[in-house]
Design a protein around this ligand. Structure first.
Ligand code: PRX
Length: 628
C-alpha cells in the first residue's frame, strides 16, 4: 500500500482554479461553505431540498435510527416531476434536454417538452399493462434514449426500475430479474459495439425462461429487418407507445418511496441490490451536479457513462435533468471509429463540462496528443473523473490536452452513496491524483480499524453521519446493509483504503476488500470464482485483481482442475468463454493460471491476499494462519 501512495502522490503540485471560473462559481469559498454545512448538516440539507418541488413539505428533516435513515419525513415529491414538469412549466420548456449520438452517427435531440411527452406516453403505456406502484421493471437496454425515457416513466408512477448494463450475460441478467421479481423487462433487439451488432433479445429470452414473475417483454427495435416478435408476451416499443396520451400526472410519493434497485458487486458471489429512494436521492444528485460541475443553463454537459451503472443514473439522467441541464450522451467506445471520437463530439456540440473515467483517459493517452490536438476544445470549462483512482500521469495528460486551464473534478463516490461525497469544487485548489475534500454536508474521514480518526496517513475511508442520498437497504438482504455500518464502529465503511495528507486532502487508493475495479467496473472476485467453479473441469478457483496499465486493474484467476482434465491453451480459452457466458465480457479473467494448490487458512478459506502478494512479488505479510 505504501508504495502505491508514493506513486500516486509523486507529482506533489497544487493547481489553483482560474480566477474567472472561481468568480462565476456557485461556491467560491469552500472552507467557509463546508464549515457552515457541517456545523448543522440537517439545516444545510433542509435548505437544499427547498430548492426542489415538493407536493407537500416534510415535518422532520432526518430520522436517524442507527444505521437506518429516513430523510424529509412526511414530505411528498416525485423525482420525475422535478426532472421534467418543473422545467416544462418554465422558460426551459424548449431548451434541449438530451442530445444523443448513436455509434453510427445517428443523432436524436429531445427538448424538455419532447422528453416530457415521451416519458408521459411511456408512463401511460406502463399503466396499460396493469403495473402498480412498487412493482419492479427491469431495463436491459443499450445506451439509447429509451433507457432514459423508461427510467423517468417508471419513477413518474412509482414503479421501481432495475437497470441492468447490457453487457451482462443471460445468467447474470436472470439472477437480477429473479431477485427483483420484475414483472416487466424492457429491452432492445440489438446493441452496437464497434459496428458489430450484438443481439440482446436472445439474452433476455434465455434469462426469462425461468423467471415466473415476468409477464411482458417490451422490445425497442433498432434493426430494420430484425426478427419478428415471437410470443404474446412480447410488445414492440413503438406499438406500445402509439396512441398513448402525452399527459400522465406524476404520482405524489412519500419521500422514502423506493426509486430504483441497482445491482453492484460485493465480496460474495451474489450481487447486491442497492435501494435508493425518491426524496433524499433527488436532493443529493441535484446539489452535487450543481455545485461540483457548476452546471448553468448555458452549459453542454457530456458524461460518458452508461445508465446501466450508477454514474449514468446519477450524472446522466437524474442530477443533470434536475438542474435543467443540456446533456450530451453518446453510444459507443472512445476510440471508435477513431480516437478522435469524443474530442470531435466536444467540438461539434460545444461541450463545456466533460465527465469521464481514468481508464478512458489512459486509453486515449495511448493514441497520443495529436488526436485532441486536431479539435477545438475551447468550449470546455470543467472536467470530471470518476470510478477509480486517477494516477497523476493521466491527470496531467487530461489537463494538458484540454488547455491547461480547466480544473478536473476527481469525484469519489459509490453505487451505495447515490451521489458524489468527496470531490473538489471549481473553487478548490487541486492536487493531481487526489479527490481533495468532502462535499458540503458530508463528514468523510480516514480512520483505523477501531474507528479512530487518523490525523495524517493511511487508513479506511468512512462517512461519519447519514446523508440524504445514501442507500436505504439492500433489496431482500437487510443484513448486508447492516455490514456497511457495523464493520467499523459508528460510521459507514466504504471499503476503500485512503490516505489523508497534511492539508486534509484525501487520496483514495483502491479497495480494501475482495472487489476489483476493471476499467472502473466493479467486479466481486467471488462472483468470478463461482462462475469458474460452475465449469465441469474446475475444482477450485481463486481470483485476484492485478495492476493494469490502462484498465487500472485486471482479473487473474488461479484454477485447480479436476482429475482427468489437463492444462492446454484450449482449456484456458474454454474457462474464459465460460465466464463470458455466465457473467459477461467485463468479468472475463485476462489471465488464467492452472495450479495444483491454493494458499488457505486452516479453516479452509482461500488467502487471496497471499496469492496477490506472490503474484506482485511483494511481502505476503502475516501468514501464520496459512495451512501449508
Ligand atoms: O473504490 C472506489 C472506486 O469505485 C468504488 C465504487 O464503485 P461503484 O459503486 O461501481 O461506483 C463507481 C462510480 C461512482 C469506490 O468504492 N472509486 C469511485 N470513484 C473513485 C474511486 N476511487 C478513487 N477515486 C475516485 N474518484
Amino acid at each position: 500500500m505504501e508504495e502505491n501512495i508514493e506513486t500516486l502522490q509523486k507529482s506533489g503540485r497544487v493547481i489553483h482554479p482560474p480566477a474567472e471560473l472561481k468568480a462565476q462559481a456557485y461556491i467560491q469559498d469552500y472552507d467557509k461553505a463546508y464549515k457552515e454545512s457541517i456545523a448543522d448538516p440537517e439545516k444545510f440539507w433542509d435548505g437544499i431540498a427547498k430548492e426542489l418541488h415538493w407536493f407537500s413539505p416534510w415535518h422532520t428533516i432526518l430520522e436517524w435510527n442507527y444505521p437506518w435513515a429516513k430523510w424529509f419525513l412526511g414530505g411528498t415529491c416525485n423525482i420525475s416531476y422535478n426532472c421534467l414538469d418543473r422545467h416544462v412549466q418554465s422558460p426551459r420548456k424548449n431548451k434541449v434536454a438530451v442530445i444523443w449520438v448513436g455509434e453510427n452517427g445517428e443523432e436524436r435531440i429531445f427538448t424538455y417538452a419532447e422528453l416530457y411527452r415521451q416519458v408521459n406516453k411511456c408512463a401511460n403505456a406502463l399503466k396499460s399493462l396493469g403495473l402498480q406502484k412498487g412493482d419492479r421493471v427491469t431495463i436491459y437496454l443499450p445506451k439509447i434514449p429509451e433507457q432514459i425515457v423508461a427510467m423517468l416513466a417508471c419513477a413518474r408512477i412509482g414503479l421501481i426500475h432495475s437497470v441492468i448494463y447490457s453487457g451482462f450475460s443471460a445468467p447474470a441478467l436472470k439472477s437480477r430479474i429473479l431477485d427483483a421479481e420484475s414483472k416487466l423487462v424492457i429491452t432492445a433487439d440489438v446493441g452496437y459495439d464497434r459496428a458489430k451488432t450484438i443481439a440482446l433479445k436472445p439474452v433476455v429470452d434465455e434469462a426469462i425462461a425461468d423467471c415466473p414473475t415476468v409477464e411482458k417483454v417490451v422490445v425497442v427495435r433498432r434493426e430494420k429487418n430484425g426478427p419478428a416478435l415471437s410470443s404474446d408476451k412480447e410488445i414492440d416499443w413503438e406499438d406500445w407507445l402509439t396512441g398513448q396520451s402525452t399527459s400522465c400526472e406524476a404520482l405524489q410519493l412519500d419521500s422514502e418511496t423506493p426509486l430504483y434497485i441497482l445491482y453492484t458487486s460485493g465480496t460474495t458471489g451474489k450481487p447486491k441490490g442497492v435501494v435508493h429512494v425518491h426524496g433524499g436521492y433527488m436532493v443529493g444528485t441535484y446539489i452535487t451536479t450543481k455545485y461540483v460541475f457548476d452546471l448553468k443553463d448555458e452549459d453542454v454537459y457530456f458524461c460518458v457513462a452508461d445508465p446501466g451503472w450508477v454514474t449514468g443514473h446519477s450524472y446522466i439522467v437524474y442530477g443533470p435533468l434536475l438542474n435543467g441541464g443540456t446533456i450530451l450522451t453518446a453510444e459507443g467506445k472512445p476510440d471508435y471509429p477513431n480516437p478522435g471520437r469524443w474530442w470531435d463530439l466536444i467540438e461539434r456540440y460545444g461541450v463545456s463540462i466533460f465527465y469521464t473515467t481514468p481508464t478512458a483517459i489512459r486509453l486515449l493517452m495511448k493514441y497520443g496528443e495529436e488526436w485532441p490536438g486536431k479539435y477545438d476544445l475551447s468550449s470546455l470549462r470543467i472536467l470530471g473523473s470518476v470510478g477509480e483512482p486517477i494516477n497523476p500521469e493521466a491527470w496531467e495528460w487530461f489537463y494538458r490536452v484540454t488547455g491547461s486551464s480547466k480544473p478536473i473534478m476527481d469525484t469519489w463516490w459509490q453505487t451505495e452513496t447515490g451521489s458524489i461525497l468527496v470531490t473538489p469544487l471549481p473553487c478548490v485548489p487541486l492536487k493531481p491524483g487526489s479527490a481533495t475534500r468532502p462535499f458540503l454536508g458530508i463528514e468523510a474521514d480516514v480512520v483505523d480499524r477501531e474507528g479512530k480518526s487518523i490525523a495524517q496517513g493511511g487508513g479506511f475511508a468512512v462517512i461519519k453521519k447519514p446523508w440524504p442520498s445514501m442507500m436505504r437497504t439492500i433489496h431482500n438482504d437487510p443484513d448486508r446493509y447492516l455490514l456497511y455500518w457495523n464493520t467499523i464502529p459508528g460510521c459507514y465503511t466504504a471499503g476503500d483504503v485512503c490516505h489523508k495528507d497534511e492539508d486534509g486532502y484525501l487520496w483514495f487508493m483502491g479497495r480494501a476488500d475482495d472487489v476489483v475495479k476493471v476499467a472502473g467496473n466493479r467486479i466481486g472476485t467471488a462472483e468470478v470464482e463461482s462462475a469458474l467453479v460452475s465449469h465441469e473441469a474446475v475444482v477450485e478457483a481463486a481470483v485476484i485483481g492485478k495492476p493494469h496499465k490502462t484498465a487500472g486493474e485486471m482479473i487473474k484467476a488461479f484454477v485447480i482442475l479436476k482429475q482427468g482434465h489437463t492444462e492446454t491453451p484450449d482449456m484456458i480459452k474454454h474457462l474464459q468463454d465460460h465466464v463470458l457466458q455466465e457473467l459477461g465480457k467485463i468479468a472475463v479473467p485476462k489471465e488464467v493460471e492452472i495450479v495444483s494448490s491454493l494458499p488457505k487458512t486452516r479453516s479452509g478459506k482461500i488467502m487471496r491476499r497471499v496469492l496477490k502478494a506472490k503474484e506482485l512479488g511483494q511481502d505476503p505479510g502475516d501468514i501464520s494462519t496459512l495451512d501449508e
